[in-house]
Design a protein around this ligand. Sequence first.
Ligand code: SIN
Length: 287
Amino acid sequence: MALKLRKLSYTLGAEVCDIDVGAPMSESVFGEIYRAFLDHGILLLRGQRITREQHVEFSRRFGELDRHDALPRDRRKDYPELLMVTNEPKPSGEPSDTKYTGRQWHSDMSFTTVPSLGSLLRCIAVPEVGGDTQFANMYAAYDALSDGMKHLVAGLHGIHLSGTRRLANATTGVERAEEQVRINPPVAQPVVRVHPETGRKALYIGEKVRRFDGMTEDESRPLIDFLVGHATRAEFVYRHQWRKDDILVWDNRCTMHQALGDFDETELRHMERTTVLGTPSGYVAQA
Ligand code: SIN
């Protein structure tokens, strides 16, 4: 069966049409989906009315799943393979710890030495308007650099920190931030990564990078800001407007993403994510 694909943007992404990830799927159909994932960086699967078990089961076809030991407060207690991204208040009425998850440009789990291969985010509730997610094509961003800049960044390692920029909660938010720093020491990752399956070079940078290894923050900041700004130029970005029951699958090795706060915070935005483990990369470093 040839997959029916529809491009999502000039730079990135394809919708896989007429597919039900909850139904039995042959190896050959999954092989085509995986090929499309490598080719397009992001896949959109609409109208997937599936259970949490089916989300986890389909995700396992991409590889072994992370149980989110690096983010223990953010995973579901009943399904450690599912990471919550929700603004639904806690039963106590306190704000959700994951209310601001993903608001910085990042690639999932870059702050660990086993950064993610890919993620599958399922939309369970979405505000009437907004709550979009943006994705940047990091192959295209790398390819568009001048030879001089490619040469400059070739040997650099960026030091990635865990945590979000904004905390939702004055007490548990601070505890969560401290716990994350304790569990996840800073990790240096190459600024240019070779994708282990396609062999293509991609920029590996984002707003979780504090400085370059061997350089001060002041020295690093202008180049970090340039690279993030360059990679997120409109021509390298796809902006996804969510619908309930969408699943987006993205390749963390050649894309980065950012959840936007462009919505009415009194409306529910609830997403659940599986995270597929990647291959080891980077080393523990000093902040
Ligand atoms: C994430 O960074 O994994 C979450 C993205 C989103 O909520 O749109």
